[in-house]
Design a protein around this ligand. Structure first.
Ligand code: MSP
Length: 644
């Protein structure tokens, strides 16, 4: 049976960080594991290049969208190449074949009656490229996923009949409890579906950087919604809509995603596939979120961990090992140099590296580098049995994507090896003239190392090749079958001396993350000022003055029926036109307490509708864990006084 493994395709609005590297490492490890087992495996990664977000990033960078997308896409591809990621295809959603495949899928769904034209009015988050129902917004306005302000968008749109697939999706989750891995994430998906699926707007007229509509629909105004476009990459990469050349790999065996995009992959994607009459992926593997030293990573904090920087300092394979070993799949993880260094020193250097060095050293001393497994069975049955139990446990752990458990189990092999050396003390045996016994112990450990190297190779391919080279064998499907499945031992061979694989790390090799505090401009060096300017949250003063901030006097205030959050205010801004402002402050202020007080208002916001009521401005407020506090002038000011 063939295997198909995918990563999400990465947005080209910024360069890769360790979150992206993590998804790619897990998928690469899984693909290498399947390839090692001799499975016919296809591994896909790539970049997601359409949509308003990319268009806006290109403008910010003063580049054409196409050029910007080309450049950032290349940074991902180059990084994965440098990291030796064994992908079979790197797809770009700007590839012509992909675009044609998306159009074909659209046509099929349209012909089936699963796509229809209507109007959409809703709260849209540009950053997440998603519409949200009002009930899900925070304080009636902010995106529930990223917290940024949403905008009201009304446009003609084609809709996908997502609602039609509610029952079929719920049945699929019930029939396939391992559809979402880890299983513990399934409930959030089921609950989302159970709250009711609304049909999904799958085209946009508000921007043009997207896949065009199929010619047969003759409707140039629209481009495809990025998520429809992006999700289809998993089949267009296999030739869907072109020649189906690799469609035999479908359905995917596992599709890796971060928990933030699970909904798209476990709900929308299966519904699209049902509509296309294609089978669903076997598993969606959702991993957790990485922080740095306990802090969320963000460009503005300057604490994003660049995978290349870590790899240059510590080695990419050490990073792979650390990330996979550190975090149970599905849970959030923290990147700290301390934890990383501890694992390098204790697990890689002590447990594995030293064992190899000891074997090389002993074979040099006792047998002129010659290793012979002839007596291993005779003297080390106990250890061989223990070793085989470990080896037998590994496959199911990898199939459940429990890489951290897999590595933990695998490390038991090194304990078995180290313990055998301590217990059997070959140096004593040599002294006592029991050369055969000493040679058997050395050979036992060499065999343990060989088998461990094979099983570790999907995680650390280059390092394990060096181990294999030292032990005079090659890691491939043949040695996997012989040494791991058939439990054979290495034949008589000469060991090769290799330099220590994991030099100890005494102190952090990268600068520590900047402390999480606001950046202040003092007597800074030019470099620092430049780097501050580069931060993406800085704006020009002119941009700031585009916002009209004014003092307003609250004339009336009342509660919005059925809303736990909203108050409706009538505010005087001094220009003779009373503004109605609907604000999410009910939990913190009573309506009466506001009447006659002053507030600070964003006065030139486009009007929006909140729970069906017009809102013509926004109040400034500060919110922390102690609650929300309105920002007000220190002394009374005339209504309409500008702030700035
Ligand atoms: N383009 C979409 C995916 C479309 S797939 C059809 C997207 N791209 S992304 O670049 O924003 O994110 C790609 C992957 O990186 C996601 O799986 C996301 O979860 C992961 N990560 C982004 N930041 C992360 C962390 N800080 N930690 C772990 N993974 C994170 O979403």
């Amino acid at each position: 049976m063939s295997k198909y493994i995918t990563t999400p395709i990465y947005y080209v609005n910024g360069e890769a960080h360790i979150g992206h590297a993590y998804t790619t490492f897990i998928a690469d490890t899984m693909a290498r594991y399947e390839k090692l087992k001799g499975e016919d495996t296809y591994f896909l990664t790539g970049t997601d290049e359409h949509g308003q977000k990319i268009e806006e990033s290109a403008i910010k960078n003063n580049k054409s969208t196409a050029q910007f997308a080309d450049e950032i896409s290349a940074t991902f591809k180059n990084l994965w190449d440098e990291f030796d990621i064994c992908y079979d295809k790197f797809i770009r959603t700007t590839d012509e074949d992909h675009k044609r495949g998306v159009q074909k899928a659209f046509e099929v769904m349209y012909a089936k009656g699963d796509i229809y034209k209507d109007f959409y009015e809703g709260h849209y988050c540009v950053s997440c490229e998603t519409f949200f129902p009002e009930t899900q917004l925070i304080d009636g306005q902010f995106c529930p996923d990223c917290g940024r302000a949403t905008t009201i968008v009304k446009e003609e749109s084609y809709f996908f009949r997502l609602s039609k697939y509610e029952g079929a999706l719920l049945k699929h989750y019930a029939d396939n409890p391992d559809f979402v891995l880890p299983r513990s994430r399934t409930n959030e998906v089921i609950n989302f579906v159970k709250t009711g699926l609304r049909d999904l707007s799958v085209t946009r007229t508000s921007f043009t950087w997207g896949v065009k509509m199929p010619e047969s629909l003759n409707d140039d105004k629209h481009v495809m919604y990025v998520w429809l476009d992006a999700l289809m990459n998993y089949i267009t990469a296999l030739g869907y809509g072109k020649d189906d050349a690799n469609m035999r790999y479908w359905p995917a065996s596992i599709q890796f995603v971060g928990k933030d995009i699970l909904r798209f992959h476990a709900i929308y994607w299966p519904a699209f596939l049902m509509s296309l009459d294609l089978p669903l992926p076997k598993h969606i593997g959702a991993h957790g979120w990485w922080t740095r030293d306990g802090e969320k990573m963000s460009k503005s904090k300057g604490n994003v961990v660049a995978p290349k920087e870590v790899a240059d300092a510590y080695g990419v394979e050490n990073l792979r090992y650390f990330m996979l070993r550190e975090v149970p799949f599905g849970q959030d993880g923290d990147f700290s140099q301390r934890a990383f260094i501890d694992r390098i020193n204790s697990e890689l250097s002590n447990d594995l590296g030293n064992l190899l060095n000891r074997i090389i050293g002993m074979s040099e001393k006792y047998s002129d580098y010659e290793i012979n497994s002839v007596d291993v069975q005779k003297y080390h049955k106990k250890e061989l049995d223990a070793m085989n139990i470990v080896l037998d446990s590994l496959d199911s752990l990898m199939q459940q994507v429990q890489a951290h458990r897999y590595l933990e189990e695998l490390w038991k092999l090194f304990s078995i090896g180290n313990k055998a050396i301590e217990e059997h003390a070959p140096w004593v045996k040599m002294k006592n003239g029991k050369k055969d016994e000493a040679a058997a112990t050395v050979a036992l450990v060499a065999n343990i190392l060989a088998k461990a190297a094979i099983m570790l190779s999907p995680v650390m391919p280059k390092t394990t090749n060096i181990i294999a080279d030292a032990l005079n064998f090659t890691i491939d499907n043949i040695s996997y079958r012989e040494l791991v499945l058939d439990r054979k031992l290495l034949k008589l061979f000469s060991i090769k001396k290799v330099p220590p694989l994991f030099p100890r790390v005494e102190e952090p090799l990268m600068p520590e993350a900047p402390a999480a505090q606001p950046v202040l401009l003092k007597e800074e060096s030019k470099n620092t000022i430049e780097s501050i300017k580069e931060q993406d949250n800085l704006i020009e003063i002119g941009q700031f003055f585009k916002t009209s901030l004014k003092v307003g006097t609250v004339l009336e205030a009342e509660e919005v029926p059925k809303s736990t959050k909203l108050l409706k205010l009538q505010v005087d801004l001094g220009d003779g036109r009373i503004r109605q402002i609907v604000a999410g402050i009910k939990e913190f202020y009573s309506a009466e307490s506001l009447i006659g007080t002053q507030v600070c208002v964003v006065a030139n916001l486009k009007p929006a509708k909140l729970m069906g009521m017009l809102s013509e401005g926004m109040l400034l407020a500060a919110k922390d864990e102690d609650g929300l506090s309105l920002i007000r002038p220190e002394k009374p000011k005339k209504a309409g006084t500008p702030i700035g």
